[in-house]
Design a protein around this ligand. Structure first.
Ligand code: SF4
Length: 337
């Protein structure tokens, strides 16, 4: 049976059905609709004001590749300028190849690229060294949690280095839904309370962060990359199989099989969630060492580095006094971002 006509231009044959709406579109109309939806997300959420210098967290994976490409298309209309900031976590056999993809993108799109490395920022600690240090303590499953904390700090440092006023990351609706599920499964009311919205306004002196793809499904991100013929790195990080996020991802797939809108429904649920006063986390303070937002004396990154130096890696995951200090500890951010 021939493919139906595109429901938008009525000229070309449809090349796909949009996963959520079922609308049949040709590749060009789908990409135009995808870009228009991201533009609407940014404008309606007032995420990036005109004149913003935007650091795009670039990993070489599909999400950050699509984000950088779409924002580059939209930059003239938004009146923003872009910088790519990549983080080298020091993961042998993985990150070098991913960074090579980021370098190709920067050259192809003529965007400035800065790479910041854990080893330089964190006293010689690479993610491989952290993994070795934590393996004997029964914490190997927490590699991604450690990494998420350090990556958030590294991205902030890189963004400041390039003079950025805002940070954007490539989290899509599926990533956010997984995070909501993980927070529920951990009973982490603090992170559930702050999990909604499209980003953070930059409390405690941090740069404002946002996620322009948060309402886009993973399937559509992949479709966009396909139709725009984007070159990205698709291998999984060597530590990803250990991550708790994998269980949430599996659960989300099961939910989506029964209810295709499950991911977006979870994202919107988190936005509307209201905590009882007794369950609300106390207001955060400042880390006594670096000044970053912290719910204890030290922020998560300083506490982690402190523990590593002492040979006793530790990290409060989840249920502390609200856990407002490091988003990374809400679980592994997908490596492909
Ligand atoms: Fe870091 Fe992501 Fe690898 Fe986990 S999967 S160790 S968060 S790069």
């Amino acid at each position: 049976m021939p493919a139906p006509q595109c429901a938008s231009c009525h000229a070309a044959r449809a090349a796909l059905r949009r996963p959520r709406s079922g609308q049949a579109l040709c590749g060009a109309c789908f990409c135009a609709a995808f870009e228009a939806e991201v533009l609407h997300t940014v404008l309606a959420g007032r995420l990036l004001p005109p004149g913003a210098v935007v650091a795009v967290g670039a990993s070489g994976g599909k999400d950050s590749t699509v984000l950088a490409h779409v924002l580059r298309e939209l930059a003239p209309r938004l009146g923003v300028s872009l910088r790519l900031v990549a983080v080298d976590e020091g993961i042998g056999g993985y990150r070098d190849a991913a960074l090579a993809a980021v370098r190709r993108q920067a050259a192809r799109w003529d965007l400035p690229l800065t790479v910041v490395a854990y080893a330089d920022l964190f006293g010689g600690w690479t993610m491989d060294a952290v993994a070795r240090s934590t393996a004997g303590s029964g914490r190997s499953r927490a590699c991604c949690t450690f990494c998420g904390v350090l990556r958030r700090r590294a991205l902030e440092e890189g963004a400041r280095l390039v003079g950025a006023t805002h940070i954007v990351t490539g989290h899509n609706a599926d990533d956010m839904a997984e995070t909501v599920l993980m927070n529920f499964l951990r009973g982490d009311a603090g992170r559930l309370a702050r999990g909604g919205g499209l980003g953070s306004r930059g409390e405690g002196g941090a740069l404002p962060r946002c996620r322009p793809l948060q309402l886009a499904s993973q399937k559509e991100v992949v479709l966009y990359a396909h139709f725009r013929r984007l070159d990205y790195f698709s291998e999984e990080c060597v530590y990803a199989p250990e991550a708790f996020r994998g269980h949430a991802r599996h659960l989300l797939k099961l939910l989506e099989a029964a209810r295709p809108s499950a991911a977006l429904d979870l994202v919107h649920s988190a936005e509307r969630l209201a905590l009882a006063p007794a369950a609300r986390p106390p207001p955060p303070g400042a880390c006594s060492r670096c000044g970053a937002l912290a719910s204890r004396a030290l922020c998560q990154a300083c506490a982690l580095l402190d523990g590593l130096q002492r040979g006793r890696p530790r990290l409060a995951i989840g249920k502390g006094r609200g856990g407002r200090d490091e988003e990374g500890s809400s679980g592994a951010t997908p490596a492909s971002q």
